[in-house]
Ligand binder design. Structure first.
Ligand code: SF4
Length: 374
């Protein structure tokens, strides 16, 4: 089984924290849609004999496309790949693009999962992040999606935001739970170079939150979601039973996926490749059938590091059997690290897998880097 990710590189405005590749203010997207369909056709042989079980439209903001654009892209996908086993068909949407007619049309196109970028239910924080919607519009958008018949809705939240109080965070979580969605992704803010937040950080206009506040916010997150019946199946992802994201889970399980569109990444088990993050160059190269991506063949060390990084972030952990078949030197280093981390009570073993203790989850990134082989 394989997945397909499609990157739609457009946004109405840029959020202060965002370093995803997206362009603001481009009204005519037809040339992009043409290039994307051409890429799909160019890459139709990549998933031969691999039925596709998840398709994910991400971005950017896919919901800025017109229904006719989706129809072209979906037709190209159907012609190129075996979608007969498709289980999960997700689109990322922004609350401010939602209306009942658009949602009904998305449903009609076959989308069965919505991932809504809400980020906060606090208007002060939404303005601070330069989001286009307010809390009331976010609530309305989710309710409209439910009326349109979407019964698998995920919403994104962000914590670790400068000057956000614990009470503001608690209220956002409560608002998310009250909406009775099936899945919530909650990410700690990372201030990346090239973002507006990064400039403000360098100018001392904003400050990163202290570790103790991050830990307190993460603990609130886990407690509240667990109490509401959400399983913390990955460090940033929470689902009601049966609603884990199949698409993201396939990334964490190192399944193959094809990434289409500018800046999209692909993985086929032994190499990673990433499309050029420049719309004009992407369209030009596709049109002229020239190389529009870079590729890296993964060595055993890379595969080990990825197995650790992706696995330890999940509740399922890392299978010892997957490590034992690797290079002897890597296995030796792993065993040493495992023994240290067992002693420190960072991890435990269960059913042939290593997993991070619940009370150490906030330290997952540190534990992962300790296991890395450089
Ligand atoms: S966070 Fe989403 S909506 Fe905001 S700029 Fe980034 S991709 Fe666009």
């Amino acid at each position: 089984m394989a997945g397909i990710y499609i990157h739609i590189p457009f946004c109405m405005q840029k959020c202060g924290y965002c370093d995803f590749y997206s362009l603001v203010g481009l009204s005519d997207k037809s040339e992009f849609v043409k290039a994307l369909c051409a890429e799909i056709d160019l890459r139709k042989d990549e998933l031969i004999n691999q039925p596709v079980n998840t398709v994910y439209f991400g971005g950017g903001t896919p919901s800025v496309l017109k229904i006719a654009d989706f129809e072209c892209i979906i037709l190209a996908l159907e012609e190129a790949y075996d979608l007969s086993s498709l289980q999960e068909f997700t689109i990322e949407v922004n609350p401010d693009d939602m209306n009942l007619e658009f949602l009904n049309e998305l449903k009609h196109l076959g989308f069965n999962r919505l991932s809504m970028g809400i980020q906060s239910f606090n208007d002060r924080i939404l303005t601070f992040m330069n989001r286009r919607h307010n809390a009331k519009e976010a609530v309305k958008a989710v309710k409209m999606a439910q009326i349109a018949g979407f019964d698998n809705i995920s919403i994104d939240l962000i914590y670790g935001i400068p000057d956000m109080s614990l009470m503001e965070w608690k209220n956002s979580i409560d608002s998310a739970i009250a909406l009775q969605v099936q899945h919530i992704s909650a990410y700690h803010l990372t201030i990346e170079p090239g973002t507006v937040f990064y400039k403000k950080l360098k100018l001392n206009i904003i400050h990163e939150v202290e570790d103790k506040n991050s830990i307190a916010q993460y603990n609130i997150l886990i407690d509240k979601f667990n109490q509401a019946g959400f399983d913390d199946y990955e460090i940033s992802n929470f689902s009601l039973p049966g609603y884990q994201s199949k698409h993201n889970s396939s990334y964490w399980n190192s399944n193959s996926y094809v990434g289409l569109g500018p800046s999209a990444h692909s993985f086929n088990g032994y190499s990673r490749r990433w499309n050029i993050a420049d719309l004009n160059k992407y369209m030009h190269l596709i049109k002229n059938k020239e190389v529009f991506y870079e590729e890296e063949i993964l060595c055993e060390r890379d595969i080990y590091n990825e197995t650790i990084m992706l696995g330890l972030r999940t509740k399922n952990g890392v299978g010892l059997i997957d490590i034992e078949k690797m290079d002897k030197e890597i296995v030796r280093i792993f065993n040493q690290k495992m023994s240290n981390n067992l002693q420190l009570k960072n991890i435990y073993t269960q059913d042939g897998r290593i997993k991070v203790y619940k009370d150490k989850k906030i330290l997952t990134d540190q534990i992962i880097s300790d296991f890395f082989v450089i």
